[in-house]
Design a protein around this ligand. Structure first.
Ligand code: UD1
Ligand code: UDP
Length: 371
């Protein structure tokens, strides 16, 4: 069985890594990896950590390119890879442009397509943009659907997907997370915690922030930055913000937050230190999908700076709260969690609804059963 894994951004690399590593060790499978490199530096960080050497690298990141330009590039270049390798199956994870175009490329060449992290939905076409439509289209093209939870499976069944094509596997991000949290805390995080004043009797609370969603570009991201500036006025917190490399994020974040006391702006962190930073955090403010899935492992409350989430399991479990992107609301909700011990305790539950760390095994077993 020949299997081609296709991915292109940081979160896809992290989520595909446990599957790629297991496929490589599985007898009877010839596994290859194609990266679109929709992201370059942030993808390479994850490839290094998981020691993955792609067999094909389309190297398609271009600053300022449109979704159509990126899509056209992937469709054109992936075709030659499929022509050369002739896989029986293609795998992709999630809802990026890479996933949408990979699923379409597989369909054009009549190659079976397995969709990892299938069935996430907000049921709102524009939130998140363009991911909600990307994942719905990938569902239509897929032959097997690896749903992380029962809720995501139900979304697929509601859309008419045949039950025998859906496997509830957990999200492989939890497999990846276990890989990194079982390693020692990197020195850079120990030093960062010292610099942030987290040691000693008057230890400060660390707030970890990430934000990058397209629908938050412009005013919402500026509102988020203003909220962080207000929160940084507290004496008892240090805000640590590894800033996504997208220029639409870099520009407002640097303009509004550069030089503000008690805010550390950092380049994107490698996944190993980022996971250990999450473990250290008192509170996380984010619009990231992956971080919503990871934080419940550590019992760290997450305020989700978005209007919708396709991850209601964490909201139901009590560890995630949707707070939107209005400055005042973000500030109020953060103050409440920092000042009200019982509100904090209610959200600080270390139970993860997104997986048990064995998603890759279930996915590979399901593929082998297709022989
Ligand atoms: C993409 C995905 C989004 C995912 C996110 C994860 C789409 C449409 N968007 O968004 O679903 O949640 O990745 O982070 O598929 N850049 C760099 N270096 C990097 C990465 C990005 O310089 O390593 C800059 C480049 O200028 C690049 C730009 O960021 O053109 C945007 O990258 P792109 O992949 O289009 O969108 P993201 O906002 O990163
Ligand atoms: N992440 C990382 N370094 C960072 C920020 C995030 O390794 O500086 C990890 C994070 O733990 C998660 C993934 O990247 O596994 C999420 O990526 P991102 O937020 O860019 O995308 P999304 O999950 O929203 O698609």
């Amino acid at each position: 069985m020949k299997i081609l894994s296709v991915f292109g951004t940081r979160p896809e690399a992290i989520k595909m890594a446990p599957i790629v590593r297991l496929l490589k060790q599985t007898p009877g499978i010839e596994a290859r990896v194609c990266v679109t490199a929709q992201h370059r530096q942030m993808l390479d960080q994850a490839l290094r950590l998981f020691e993955i050497q792609p067999d094909y690298d389309l190297d398609l990141m271009r600053e300022g390119q449109s979704l159509a330009q990126l899509s056209a590039g992937i469709l054109t270049h992936l075709e030659s890879v499929l022509e050369e390798f002739k896989p029986d199956w293609m795998l992709a994870v999630g809802d990026t442009t890479t996933v949408l175009t990979a699923s379409l490329s597989a369909f054009y060449r009549r190659i079976h397509f397995g969709h990892v992290e299938a069935g996430l939905r907000t049921h709102n076409k524009w939130h998140p943009f363009p991911e909600e439509i990307n994942r719905r289209l990938a569902t239509v093209a897929a032959d097997l659907h690896f749903a992380p939870t029962e809720w995501s499976k139900q979304n697929l069944l509601n859309e008419g997907v045949e039950p025998e094509k859906v496997f509830v596997t957990g999200n492989p991000v939890i497999d990846a997370l276990k890989f990194v949290v079982n390693q020692d805390e990197p020195q850079e995080i120990t030093e960062l915690a010292e610099r942030a004043g987290m040691q000693g009797t008057k230890a400060k609370k660390l707030i970890l922030v990430t934000a990058h969603r397209r629908e938050n570009f412009g005013e919402p991201i500026e509102n988020i930055c203003r909220a962080l500036r207000e929160l940084a006025a507290r004496k008892d917190v240090e805000i640590v913000y590894p800033v996504h490399l997208n220029p639409n994020v870099q520009e407002p974040v640097n303009r509004i937050l550069n030089g503000v006391e008690h805010i550390m702006l950092l380049p994107p962190l490698e996944y190993l230190p980022l996971a250990h930073l999450m473990k250290r955090a008192a509170l996380i403010l984010t619009d990231s999908g992956g971080i919503q899935e990871e934080a419940p492992t550590f019992g760290v409350p997450v305020l989700v700076m978005r209007e919708t989430t396709e991850r209601p399991e964490g909201v139901a479990a009590g560890t995630l709260k949707l707070v939107g992107t209005e400055t005042n609301r973000i500030v109020e909700e953060a103050h409440r969690l920092l000042d009200d011990a019982s509100a904090y305790a209610q959200m600080s539950k270390a139970a993860n609804p997104y997986g048990d760390g064995r998603a890759a095994k279930r996915i590979v077993e399901a593929l082998l059963a297709q022989k």
